[in-house]
Design a protein around this ligand. Sequence first.
Ligand SMILES: Cc1cc2nc3c(=O)[nH]c(=O)nc-3n(C[C@H](O)[C@H](O)[C@H](O)COP(=O)(O)OP(=O)(O)OC[C@H]3O[C@@H](n4cnc5c(N)ncnc54)[C@H](O)[C@@H]3O)c2cc1C
Length: 496
Amino acid sequence: MKSSKKAVIIGAGVGGIATAIFLAQKGFSVEVYEKNSNPGGRCGQMLQDGHRFDLGATILLMPSLYRQVFAALGLDMDKELETTSLEPVYKLFFDDGPVFPFTRNPQQMKAQLEAFEPGSHAQYEHYIKEGYSFFHLAMNGLLGRNFNHLFQFFNFKNVLLLFKLKAGIKHTNYIQRFFKDPRLQKAFTFQNIYVGQNPYKQPAFFSMLPSAEIVEGALFPKGGMHQVVEKLLATATELGVQFLYKKPATQIITNGNRTEGIQLDDGTFIPADLVIANADLPYVYNQLLPDKSTARKLNKKEYSCSAIVFHWGLDKTYPQLDHHSIFLNEPYKKGMEKIFNEKSLSDNPSFYIHAPVRSDKTAAPANQDTLSIIVPAPQLNGKSDQDWQALKQIARKGVIRRLKKAGMTDIEEHIKFETCYMPKTWESYCNITNGSVFGSLSHTIFQMGYFRPKNRHSKYKNLYFVGGSTHPGNGIPLVLLSAKLTSERILKDTLK
Ligand SMILES: Cc1cc2nc3c(=O)[nH]c(=O)nc-3n(C[C@H](O)[C@H](O)[C@H](O)COP(=O)(O)OP(=O)(O)OC[C@H]3O[C@@H](n4cnc5c(N)ncnc54)[C@H](O)[C@@H]3O)c2cc1C
């Protein structure tokens, strides 16, 4: 069955564009209003002097989820994107010297694990097998479906599921059952930071992240992660979706229990049969909707951490770095506490570097390098004193000191230009609440599944949400899944 309704989408992030395709394929006339001059949001791109940077997302994880959602969109991911499976997935640098390639090569992994801790290889195999089973269990029972009412979530099957997923055990406690070596404990838990979490606080089922990395690998699309946006955009445009840039929505117009459209910052009213907000959900409740009671409740929830991101164009390459390199620096636990409890940064912060030239020469001019350094940082917090200029300097100095220690002694002299995205930049660039770019709402057990804000407004029945801050969560694979789930709900509601 086809619809002749008009859908208006606020935001051309991955979530907004994928939803536009799902709806356009069902006959909806779709218009996407984006505040920025380019699509992609946190999966955007920056080009400067022959250097190409992915602004936010850089790792294509859980390729099975991309394939699943692309297939639902009628696309073959492996034909749309020219990908390389990275080996190793990344290089881990520990502060006390050794480099640990996070390899999918079983012999190499066995040799290096046994060198760190005799007997640890069998434990590793057990950890990965169990973690990957959590991935499937979570996708089938918790993340990959819409919940309409409490009893769909709270039933015997799901309580059993939470038990099986070890939802009551902290990841860093769980890992101690497998490894004694503190470096190995870190190597298989730091991945919580991908979703903006402190690994010392969040549940064991996030072992699904390193496990999926080992089982499914991490891909790199030629041209960078922004290619995901480009491919989806081309499909949407072919289907007649209209993208309107530099058009910030300032209000969602409501009447009774329905929305009638949106208002833009120049005062134009855009009528719609239904509105889908891809913009960050707490921002939408706070800034675009009239009733502030839900906004107040959302503001009290737990938010993910933020990131200070340095994009460097260099006139030299550094072979010490892999495509993805992760520096786990000491004191590591204290560093997490600084970010999450004190809303500050340690002098020797942990960080991640994306160096795409190693797999794709088009990312920089010949013999030059394009580096994006992501330093996990505290969220914006109006209550405590945060001196962001000082925190930026701490992060920059810490990164340079650590890179020098790893042999890149002249790196500072070879930076041709630098662009820095601070938490405030993320807040203003994409309207992300608290600059909490990995959520924005954190992925605690009580902010996931049924408890995550729903993808349809409870009062305005034709207002929907898509993206990282609604169900199922953040990260491109889950945002793609969110587009599928939100679209399924819309089609169920409108094509009756
Ligand atoms: C530093 C960093 C590293 C990351 N690394 C990874 C990674 O390696 N792998 C991964 O899978 N994910 C990663 N992520 C997460 C990933 O980028 C996000 O989950 C994803 O891009 C979010 O997509 P979205 O559609 O939900 O939201 P967004 O990308 O935020 O899109 C929302 C869009 O709405 C627009 N908008 C907001 N308000 C308005 C308004 N009033 N009017 C009009 N338009 C508006 C915004 O400008 C934006 O374009 C990373 C994110 C960051 C910041």
